[in-house]
Design a protein around this ligand. Structure first.
Ligand SMILES: NC(=O)C1=CN([C@@H]2O[C@H](COP(=O)(O)OP(=O)(O)OC[C@H]3O[C@@H](n4cnc5c(N)ncnc54)[C@H](OP(=O)(O)O)[C@@H]3O)[C@@H](O)[C@H]2O)C=CC1
Ligand SMILES: O=C(CO)COP(=O)(O)O
Length: 311
């Protein structure tokens, strides 16, 4: 397999920048594309992205650009935009024209809206390129500074998944490899919805017992949906599945959990939801997932209860 050395990241937010740090620690460099001029200037001139990662010092090998064309020559393109921007970015990348050998590393958690489909279906419709999901229980700030973390790499192309896992794994990063792109994607969608429910339970005054119950029910719903779509039940123990469900639902660092808490306090106001200033993917995920699985006749009380609040 051709060595992959040049990584570009699309998305100059918290996770895109943290992944650039991870890559730069391995390869010495990484390019970030973001349309935000101020962020590009700060990364290039001060090695910081204070809007998203406070004072974290970024490796000096990280550079940034406002020109999407600059990513076209890179071996690997990491997609780290919010779920609602995924389809837009795919269309933009099609327009700039990429080599069919460019590898996509998908770090976005969510699904497509138009039409309703998994990111994997979209990728296969739009490109012949190899693609891999990178997902796990990861808060960006910890990964950016190199704290220990675990991550799952999943792809239909197993030699590629194993190659990337070997390259990225270190004493600070435990990387697992899986063939199950279905369950990993479903977990990334469902855990954000369950985290909102976790915040709601906290705001309603429920305790730790209730949260443990919720996480069990959330895992059950991941299992039910992934089985219906052809996923494997053995994947439930992956860091990207149980690990991410636990991390996101148990921490108020989670944007989704924090939002759930505040959403309850604001009487589930649609206006509060529409004007929430921080990325909360679980709300739109609840709506989309609800429609996506409606033909399967599945019993999903936890995710459906959140969908009812946001629709
Ligand atoms: N943060 C985390 O700890 C983790 C996040 N993830 C996943 O990574 C994805 C990104 O999340 P995160 O980085 O946290 O989100 P942030 O809100 O921190 O940042 C998102 C970034 O994407 C940019 N963006 C939005 N739309 C576009 C577009 N059309 N083209 C290019 N850039 C765009 C935003 O720009 P602007 O500021 O101008 O809106 C912003 O820089 C999500 O799917 C999330 O679930 C996964 C693991 C961990
Ligand atoms: O994906 C994440 C952790 O793995 C980030 O979760 P939040 O978006 O809820 O902060």
């Amino acid at each position: 397999m051709k060595k992959l050395k040049n990584f570009a990241v699309i998305g100059g937010g918290s996770w895109g920048t943290a992944l650039a740090c991870l890559v730069a620690r391995v390869y010495g460099s990484a390019l970030i594309y973001t349309p935000e001029v101020n962020i590009v200037d700060e990364i290039n001139n001060h090695h910081k992205n204070s809007k998203y990662l406070d004072d974290t010092a970024l490796p000096s090998g990280i550079t940034a650009t406002v020109s999407l064309l600059d990513v076209a020559s890179y071996d690997v393109i990491i997609l780290a935009v919010p779920s609602q921007a995924f389809e837009i970015v795919i269309q933009e990348l099609k327009q700039i024209g990429l080599s069919s050998k460019t590898v996509f590393l998908i770090a976005t958690k969510g699904m497509c809206q138009e039409p309703l489909q998994l990111f994997s279906t979209k990728m296969e419709q739009e490109f012949d390129n190899p693609y891999v999901f990178i997902s796990g229980p990861n808060f960006a700030k910890e990964v950016a500074v190199g704290n220990f973390a675990s991550i799952t790499i999943t792809s239909k192309d197993q030699p590629l998944a194993r190659y990337i896992a070997d390259e990225l794994s270190s004493e600070q990063l435990d990387v697992s490899v899986s063939t199950d792109i279905i369950t990993v994607q479903i977990a990334g969608i469902v855990k954000n919805i369950i985290a909102i429910k976790s915040g709601i339970l906290m705001a309603q005054g429920y305790g730790e017992n209730a949260r443990a119950w919720l996480v069990s029910k959330g895992l059950e719903e991941i299992a039910i949906i992934s089985k219906a779509l052809g996923g494997n039940q053995e994947s439930l123990t992956l860091p990207a599945v149980i690990g991410d469900l636990v991390l996101t639902s148990y921490s108020t660092t989670s944007r989704n959990t924090k939002f759930g808490y505040e959403f309850h306090q604001n009487n589930y106001s649609k206006e509060f939801l529409a004007n929430y200033p921080v990325l909360v993917e679980g709300a739109s995920a609840a709506k989309l997932l609800h429609s996506f699985v409606s033909n399967y006749n599945l019993d999903l009380p936890m995710t459906s209860s959140v969908a009812k609040l946001v629709i």
